[in-house]
Design a protein around this ligand. Sequence first.
Ligand code: TYM
Length: 328
Amino acid sequence: METIYSATKPTGKLTLGNYLGAMKNWKEMQKDNSCIFAVADLHSLTIDIDKKTLTDNIYKQFATFLAMGLDHEKSIIYCQSHVKEHAELAWIMNCNTNFGEASRMTQFKDHKAKDKVVSVGLFAYPMLMAGDILLYNATVVPVGVDQMQHIEICRDIATRFNSKYGDTFILPKGVVPKVGAKIMGLVDPTRKMAKSENNENNVIYIEDDDQTIRRKFKRAVTDSLARIKYCDEQPGVSNLLVIYSRINGISIAEAEKHFEGKNYNDLKSEVAECVIKEIGPVRDKMNELLKDKKYLEELMRIGAERASVIARKTLRKVYKRVGLVGIY
Ligand code: TYM
């Protein structure tokens, strides 16, 4: 049995990319493992975000976790900011990371290239994330491929810490799905489908209604080759095949076979329908759950209490290892 840890950050509305790249795996892994899933709200503060939007996103993401079938009794589901040890371990992580290695993080470099203002928090993002994983002795971290670099730096920090202070942390393994580790945009399939996207048509949000999902897939970019193949020259068609394969749990070759003799309209409408079937019920349940914020807060409190028990133990051990004086 593995200890699974993963999270999403509430900087925007959850996308089909988040769902297929990471969250669908969480649901599958939950069956046979000990799992901890978080809304990484502290990570959201690394960018400039409107406070009402942030609050709404936190409730929505927490509700989505429950709506998609994560079991709050079996797994620990909580918000990062409710467990103060995250901020504390992040400091220890910061002090055990070299400026140079943190500067090489692609996500930070991308933001630095395009954002007007870049916070120190954004620079420290990977160290906060490393602390998230290490606090719970996670062995497996299911993510999309864009997060693999952050898991690598987490392993590097843990390895360095262990060799300097003695064995403390377990080295986690990043796991991505075989198909769907990077879902691309619908109108620009050369770019990742992202929460931060400006063009709404490039993204399917978990909260999109059925008609919106159909409309967006109808507008999805294909090409003039008139064949349904997974290949570099056909990024739009390939992305649709990936979505179809991931949702139906089949290989790309099987998906290609399924669409043999069919045209792009068939492809788009079949993909739209399978997406609706998969995420429609999640959206409806999420909307239902959002009507009772008190219930969500109660589950957040229970999740935070359970997470804190583990986090507190790890942090005490870490403080002792680095030479701080424990008085409790
Ligand atoms: P976030 O919210 O940006 O992404 C959440 C998860 O969704 C995956 N993902 C995708 N997968 C496939 N295709 C896409 N287009 C796509 N877009 C996003 C991401 O890889 C991620 O797995 N840093 C994390 C949040 C976090 C975290 C952690 C994750 C904070 N602490 C500890 C794991 C462990 C993030 O970027 O979330």
